[in-house]
Design a protein around this ligand. Structure first.
Ligand code: FAD
Length: 227
């Protein structure tokens, strides 16, 4: 699995701070943009987002390439509707060789690895035989959830905060959690002030998972803005 931050709003924090200040100023956004500085941006964003005015961080966009992830993961990912996606097509791309994700629980058990590999080999053998007789868009029906895929996703900072709340949580499945944690690491490098409180809900307050809670809150001390 590989996660690459392909593109992002370069002046995201100044832009979101300009949006925040625009709401409470007589000046125009273009006038405010020239006056907002990096040291003021974090506090401006924090104050406005802190009172529930989350739309100001929708001005910042981040685009990722997720490579070699399973179709099980991409199915979970695309449930997040406030995002844009482009995924490698199994209708137009021939899945020539058996490329699939192996869960760590399977890897840890030699007997499970043997069962798993046999199922994958059988699926790909059937796929290849079918692909000689029918279009690959129909042959693909025999491919498993484990099948590797590449997907490009763009989210704004507000949706990313929501995505991290759900998918960095221990309740999320390991694969999407690993991807979400890597995405969070990458956006924190470029927009530390916007994402300083990002992560599972328990880093900001009580766990919302009720009886399903892991019981191990990752509460984090509030850090001063970096950079
Ligand atoms: C641990 C876990 C287990 C899950 N298990 C299942 C499962 O068993 N079965 C299953 O089907 N799904 C499951 N899901 C998926 C889950 O139900 C959501 O579809 C997914 O997490 C996307 O979240 P969302 O709808 O909040 O956010 P997004 O689609 O990312 O939307 C962000 C926010 O925008 C608002 N929004 C977006 N669209 C609408 C709309 N049409 N109407 C009103 N408000 C909207 C909501 O406030 C929403 O929270 C699971 C998710 C997690 C994290």
């Amino acid at each position: 699995m590989k996660v690459v931050l392909l593109s992002y709003t370069k002046d995201a924090e100044l832009l979101c701070a300009t949006a925040a200040k625009t709401c409470y100023s007589q000046g125009s956004p273009s006038e405010i943009r020239g006056k907002v500085t990096n040291d003021k941006a974090g506090k401006l964003i924090e104050d406005v987002v802190g009172v529930g005015h989350h739309s100001v961080i929708e001005h910042a966009y981040y685009t990722f390439s997720l490579e070699g992830v399973s179709r099980a993961l991409t199915h979970q990912l695309v449930r997040h509707r406030v995002a844009s996606y482009s995924q490698q097509s199994q209708r137009y791309v021939n899945m020539l060789s058996a490329e699939y994700v192996i869960p760590k629980s399977v890897e840890a058990d030699p007997e499970a690895v043997a069962i798993y590999r046999q199922a994958m080999e059988q699926a790909w053998e059937s796929y290849q035989r079918l692909a000689e007789r029918v279009p690959v868009e129909d042959a693909r029906y025999v491919l498993p959830n484990a099948c590797e895929s590449n997907i490009m996703v763009t989210m704004n900072a507000r949706e990313l905060m929501h995505f991290f709340s759900l998918r960095c949580c221990e309740r999320a499945q390991w694969e999407i959690r690993e991807v979400a944690e890597e995405m969070l690491r990458l956006v924190r490098e470029v927009s530390p002030q916007i994402f300083k409180d990002a992560g599972p809900s328990c880093v900001r307050g009580p766990c919302p998972e009720g009886k399903l809670s892991c019981g191990n809150p990752r509460r984090r001390a509030r850090r001063p803005p970096e950079g």
